[in-house]
Design a protein around this ligand. Structure first.
Ligand code: HAS
Ligand code: CU
Length: 560
């Protein structure tokens, strides 16, 4: 009776759009993500201008009393913590449900996840904006922020756990109805990503709960710096794969279709993801090669396993390029390499994401140099590292998310993308800008320019740096133009996009598909267990030593 009494429009709308909630959740998460990126990106422009002696921070002193370092904190936190996390939670919420063809079993939990994350975000944002948390995104003690900064970030992280819970419940319900079937690829990957992430956060959750929160609220007088840093990097390394894997989901499960072809190998794609599940967390000490208090042996072990985590990305390289080649040939492309020209380069969503892949090939390469035990001593804490992560999180991830938006926002809103040409211009300005910026940042690093330093005000700037810095500025400004094109296109799509109903999610089929997937690549537990065992081996002795010798006697500092 209740159903009959409902207005007819509402019923038919519900029947038509089973994924209305997931779409709304995705849209809102993406909105928060891009608001964060707009402010975080602006802070990046301020930084590169400062390096070149143009200090905009003094112009906005009433708003940003902490100047360069407050701006840098905003840049890091908003771009790599807020933008990424909200985008990923929105994207994976939708992708899991849509790929399983089953709406989330607990929609209330979906909303709870979103609002909890928003509360955490606001709690952390206020101290940063008040210049009470100018501790950068790594918040190394003894720098000490307002306690609400740590508490807010912790709440955001806890919020993300509920997506894994919701995914698990939805997957189990799906499994009941689909005994014996293979989990659809995108859903499998989305669940692996979240499982990897939740395991990875054990480090930061412990750091927050046992060290930083009690310390920042004055409940304990001191903390232990090395223990805190080690717990931070326990999560701080795998967080980069939490950012990367959703981009990989798009490269594997969607791009081949957008290219006009198929994924080359689904089993190989799954191998890549389960390797990330096992190998992501137990390698964080490659961020601490120069830290005292950690034995050389374990630094070496983490180096070796970091080389191991290179392989899932090399598999991805091979698989994604093979899929692109398949598409190129299917579109009539010929020759050893000239099939590349047959790809749909006029499609903004495709081009933006392939440019992201291209930049990542270089970012990945500088990653291996970072990971090398001895070469790290040359590049650690220099501008080289900024060059590296702008190609990885700043391109492989951020540019892919922008590229996804070129089909996703039209899909979510039922409106046509305002301008595909503007999207293409955005992709080209980004790749040229980022290639220039990151090349010169790498070079400046090799010339010894430190990162996270107000170089424009430093008395020791070398003439060689002065020669390269303007090029980094040109690259940075091109990226700024690119970002403006992106935001404009999104705003115009929302406000003036023509209606385009009936759009579809471009899920790709595979040349070698689910029928070739062995059962072990359709299970989570063996890999989760493998991950835990490797964490116990690679971190057990170091954490045991650091915990049993910890002296909680370092007071907080606020040098800003
Ligand atoms: Fe990293 C520092 C090592 C990947 C992000 N990294 C950082 C920091 C960030 C970051 C933010 O070992 C700074 C943290 C801080 O503030 O201190 N990184 C690596 C290694 C990899 C790596 C070995 N990093 C990433 C990713 C990130 C990221 C991914 C973000 C998303 N990184 C390090 C180390 C440090 C570090 C040290 C510490 C340095 C220090 O001293 O402080 C690897 O996972 C990379 C493997 C990737 C590849 C590339 C595969 C290419 C693909 C694309 C193929 C498709 C193409 C298209 C080319 C091997 C998959 C072709 C197109 C056609 C049309 C044909
Ligand atoms: Cu790392």
């Amino acid at each position: 009776m209740a159903v009959i009494a409902r207005p007819r429009g509402a019923v038919s709308e519900q029947v038509l759009d089973r994924f209305a909630t997931e779409k709304r959740l995705a849209g809102l998460n993406i909105l928060v993500a891009f608001i964060a990126l707009s402010l975080g990106g602006l802070m990046g422009v301020f930084q590169i201008l400062e390096y070149n002696g143009i200090d905009l921070y003094s112009a906005v002193k009433p708003v940003l009393p902490g100047g360069y370092y407050q701006g840098l904190t905003l840049h890091g936190v908003l771009n790599v913590l807020v933008f990424t996390t909200f985008y990923i939670i929105g994207f994976l919420t939708f992708i899991t449900a849509k790929s399983l063809d089953k709406p989330l079993v607990n929609k209330g939990l979906g909303w709870f996840t979103f609002w909890l994350m928003v509360v955490g975000l606001l709690m952390a944002a206020v101290p940063i904006l008040m210049n009470r948390a100018t501790v950068l995104f790594t918040f190394y003690p003894p720098l000490r922020a307002d306690g609400f900064y740590y508490l807010g970030l912790t709440i955001v992280v806890v919020g993300t756990y509920f997506l894994l819970l919701n995914q698990t419940l939805t997957y189990l319900a799906w499994r009941k109805e689909n005994q014996g079937a293979k989990i659809p690829l995108a859903a499998f990957m989305a669940i692996v990503t979240m499982a990897m992430w939740v395991i990875a956060t054990i480090g930061i959750a412990s750091e927050m709960l046992f060290l930083l929160i009690p310390w920042s609220f004055g409940l304990v007088p001191g903390t232990d710096v090395i223990l805190a840093r080690t717990l931070f990097w326990f999560t701080g390394h795998p967080i980069v794969y939490f950012w990367l894997l959703p981009a990989y989901i798009s490269w594997y499960a969607l791009i081949p279709k957008q290219a006009g072809g198929k994924l080359f190998s689904e089993p190989m794609a799954r191998v890549s993801f389960v390797l990330f599940l096992v190998l992501s967390a137990p390698i964080g000490i490659h961020h601490q090669f120069t830290d005292p208090g950690i034995s050389q042996i374990w630094k070496l072990v983490h180096f070796i396993f970091t080389v191991g985590v290179f392989f899932p990305s090399l598999l991805t390289f091979f698989n994604v390029v093979a899929s692109l080649e398949y598409a190129g040939r299917r579109r009539g492309g010929k020759g050893w390499l000239t099939w590349i020209f047959a790809l749909p380069w006029k499609n903004a969503s495709f081009t933006t994401q392939v440019f992201a892949m291209f930049l990542f090939a270089f970012g990945g390469t500088s990653g291996v140099i970072n990971a090398s035990y001895n070469l790290n001593l040359v590049v650690h804490n220099t501008a080289w590292i900024s060059g590296h992560f702008h190609l990885t999180v700043g391109s492989a991830v951020a540019l892919t998310f922008m590229g996804i938006n070129y089909w996703f926002i039209p899909y979510l809103t039922g409106k046509k993308l305002f301008s595909n040409t503007m999207g293409l211009a955005q992709a080209w300005t980004w790749i040229i800008g980022m290639a220039t910026f990151s090349h010169f940042m790498h070079m400046l690093g090799l010339l010894g320019m430190p990162r996270r330093t107000m170089v424009g005000a430093a008395p020791y700037v070398l003439p060689e740096w002065k020669a390269f810095l303007p090029f980094a500025l040109i690259g940075g400004l091109l990226m700024f133009v690119s970002a403006i094109l992106f935001f404009l296109n999104m705003l115009l799509t929302l406000s003036a996009g023509k209606p385009e109903p009936g759009q579809e999610v471009p899920f790709a089929k595979a040349v070698s598909g689910p029928e070739d997937v062995p059962v072990v690549l359709d299970r989570f537990w063996p890999w989760v267990l493998g991950g835990f065992i490797l964490i116990a081996i690679n971190y057990g002795p170091t954490l045991y030593f650091l915990i049993t010798t910890a002296r909680f006697n370092i007071p907080g500092l606020r040098p800003w």
